[in-house]
Design a protein around this ligand. Structure first.
Ligand SMILES: [Zn+2]
Ligand SMILES: [Zn+2]
Length: 371
């Protein structure tokens, strides 16, 4: 059998190494996919630096699209029931929940499952089948994976453009924040999660979406794509009190937003977000995926405003499915592929550096065919 290249993180804080692994034929219920597009997300930078406990060595990459190479015995359809064939373009949920714990069953919140497998995060490539991350020419999808064919007329770039931010926003905005038709929504943060949240808030019927973020090039991208109706730059509007006043002035009678979604990853944004939420409104914290420590806030405001303070962690396979099936509608409204900057798989360290510097919004590693 031939060998396939993958980008391996061997030690925290070091560059990834391109390493080759032997191809593995799928066992019953598994699927082997030739990866064509794999996204880099903010979490990958934290993983590389050792901010989250993961086993090493690991092939990183938890968001990807590829072409089915081999179907294991018994696999005939994708997660929607559509016939699946070798050669089909597919995407897959990055995680496989256990399916038996209380979160997976009684709570119906598999994103909280504590023993779920996550491709490109908690599956070490030291263990069989080795090709267990997306930054690779090939990935082995275990039985139980949620695999979905790309919808008709949709390109791999449109599917990968939001990466894991797409299903993260489906879970946060549609399952938990639930903005209503006509709501004013503030999104704090203009990275992929912020932009995806703004898109889903608009699609859910929000009357006005105010994006508070930066730097200027990110907000310019948002404007160009039509993401958000009002854009406030935290790099030019640096005084918090006047920035809060500026945002409140964009809400009906200056009352504050019906729903405020935090997608910054910066703890101090939470106090500001509470100031931006109207009485009886919802404040949804989704961006604090990595633990950056505590932050001062005034809990009196939560009581006095009678706020609903909500959190959202990661996403379920069903959220991934929902996102992929939404891509035709999203792509009709927003030019998703403009978010993408392509890199060859061998340039993975450059792509990470550009992500870290903010030069690119969504670096995508391409291998094999490029469409
Ligand atoms: Zn991610
Ligand atoms: Zn579980």
């Amino acid at each position: 059998m031939s060998e396939r290249n993958a980008a391996v993180l061997r030690e925290f804080g070091t560059d990834l190494e391109i390493t080759s692994f032997p191809e593995v034929e799928p066992k019953a219920g598994a699927v082997v996919v030739d990866v064509t597009h794999a996204g880099i997300c903010g979490t990958d930078m934290h993983l590389q630096r050792g901010k989250l406990p993961i086993p090493l060595p690991v092939v990183l990459g938890h968001e990807a699209v590829g072409r089915v190479r081999w179907l294991g015995e018994g696999v005939r359809t994708d997660a929607t029931g559509a016939p699946l064939h070798e050669g089909d373009l597919v995407s897959w949920a990055s995680n496989i929940p256990c399916g038996t714990c209380s979160y997976c069953t009684d709570e119906d919140e598999p994103s909280l499952c504590e023993t779920r497998k996550v491709y490109g995060i908690n599956q070490s490539c030291a263990q069989w089948p080795h090709l267990s991350g997306g930054w690779s020419e090939q990935i082995y999808l275990q039985p139980g994976s949620t695999i979905v064919k790309l919808p008709e007329g949709v390109t791999p770039e449109q599917v990968i453009a939001l990466g894991c931010a797409g299903p993260t926003a489906v879970h946060a905005v549609l399952d938990i924040g639930k903005p209503q038709e006509g709501d004013v929504v503030v999104v704090q943060g203009s990275g992929p999660v912020g932009l995806a949240a703004a898109m889903y808030a608009t699609m859910a019927g929000a009357a006005k979406v105010i994006v508070v973020g930066g730097p200027a090039n990110r907000l310019e991208t948002a404007r160009r794509l039509g993401v958000g109706d009002v854009h406030v730059d935290i790099f030019t509007s640096t005084d918090v009190a006047s920035r809060v006043a500026e945002v409140l002035a964009e809400t009906p009678d200056g009352r504050g937003a019906d729903v405020v979604i935090e997608a910054t990853g910066v703890p101090s944004a939470v106090a500001e977000g509470i100031d931006l939420t109207r009485k009886g409104g919802k404040y949804l914290v989704v961006g604090q995926y990595t633990d950056h420590g505590p932050t001062p806030l005034n809990p009196h405001l939560i009581t006095r405003k009678q706020l609903q303070v909500l959190g959202s962690w990661a996403f379920s396979p069903a959220n991934h499915l929902h996102h992929v099936r939404s891509v035709p509608r999203l792509a009709a409204r927003f030019d998703l592929s403009q978010l993408v900057t392509r890199y060859d798989l061998s340039a993975v360290n450059q792509a990470l550096a550009d992500m870290r510097s903010g030069a690119t919004l969504k670096p995508v590693l391409v291998s094999g065919e490029v469409s």
